[in-house]
Design a protein around this ligand. Structure first.
Ligand SMILES: [Zn+2]
Length: 289
């Protein structure tokens, strides 16, 4: 494998930052990917950050990495604690379904030199937690979460009334370690019931946030976008499965097939090299402890 070393420099983003990052609730949690009700798309999530928040988060990353090298040659292996929350008769995933999700993650992140290793699976039967995972978020995580900043606590429940999943960002770990993790709708796993969103890519997308990636349409056509050089600017989220769109004047067409956009699962094909580099930089800054 070709050895790649990313020198993280204090760049233009850091130069324009004027205040320390505000890592409040909005920063800590990102609810993502639309659910569909009656064929009508709900208007997305509560997660897109303000321009100032994104600038502050990217600047915080660069400050933490100042003088450090981010090595891209060695794989990151992420231990996964898989927490299945279920009712008496719904959401009770089988080991085969859990393993299929882990396999999907490993295929998706292979180009980012990152892999996932399932270290435990537990089942909790609680119909309130199952039906309202956002409402009981802190209670669920305080009881089930295991490990430190480098352990992925992945929860499944019936999330999908208006969103399909939600995630915390690594920048929020220090202030709110107790709610770190990713929650996805159990019907989005490979072979699940959610039309167009049942190939396991909701977990891929949400874990992208857990690893520090923003949506490619973050900030629309305004710099710094998502902070990644090789994801062209995009005015808004991609819906459905278009083969092409170009919504910003900057070079490049919209990254409609990127895992961090909102297209259907079968239209999502990959991460960019720049996203992989950002993941490794973020890992070094916030999760490699
Ligand atoms: Zn998202």
């Amino acid at each position: 494998m070709r050895r790649r070393v990313l020198f993280v420099m204090l760049g233009a983003v850091a130069a324009i930052i004027g205040s320390p990052p505000a890592l409040g609730r909005t920063t800590a949690e990102a609810a993502c990917r639309p659910a569909q009700r009656g064929g009508h798309r709900t208007p997305r999530d509560r997660e897109n950050f303000t321009h100032g928040q994104v600038v502050a988060m990217l600047a915080d990353l660069r400050r933490r990495l100042a003088g450090q090298r981010v090595r891209l040659d060695g794989p990151i292996v992420v231990p996964v604690r898989f927490h299945v929350i279920a009712s008496a008769d719904r959401g009770r995933l089988t080991p085969a379904e859990v393993n299929a999700q882990i396999a999907t993650l490993n295929r998706a992140y292979s180009t980012a030199t990152l892999s996932f290793r399932l270290v435990s699976t537990d089942l909790t039967t609680d119909s309130d937690w199952f039906e309202h995972p956002q409402l009981y978020d802190r209670a669920i995580k305080s009881q089930l979460s295991r490990g430190g900043p480098g352990t992925l606590n992945l929860y499944t429940a019936a999330v999908g009334t208006d969103v399909l999943g939600f995630s915390t960002f690594p920048q929020a770990y220090r202030a709110s370690p107790g709610i770190d993790g990713v929650v996805i709708d159990y019907r989005t796993l490979p072979g699940g019931e959610t039309p167009h969103f049942n190939r396991g890519d909701t977990a891929v997308h949400e874990i992208g946030h857990w690893l520090g990636l923003f949506h490619p349409f973050q900030n629309g056509c305004q710099a710094p976008g998502d902070g990644v050089d090789d994801t062209p600017y995009e005015a808004g989220p991609t819906q459905g499965c278009p083969s092409f769109k170009d919504t910003c004047p900057q070079p490049g067409t919209d990254p409609v097939h990127n895992f961090m956009d909102y297209a259907y699962d079968d239209c999502m094909t990959g991460f960019t090299a720049g996203q992989g580099e950002l993941i490794h930089a973020v890992w070094l800054a916030y999760r490699a402890k």
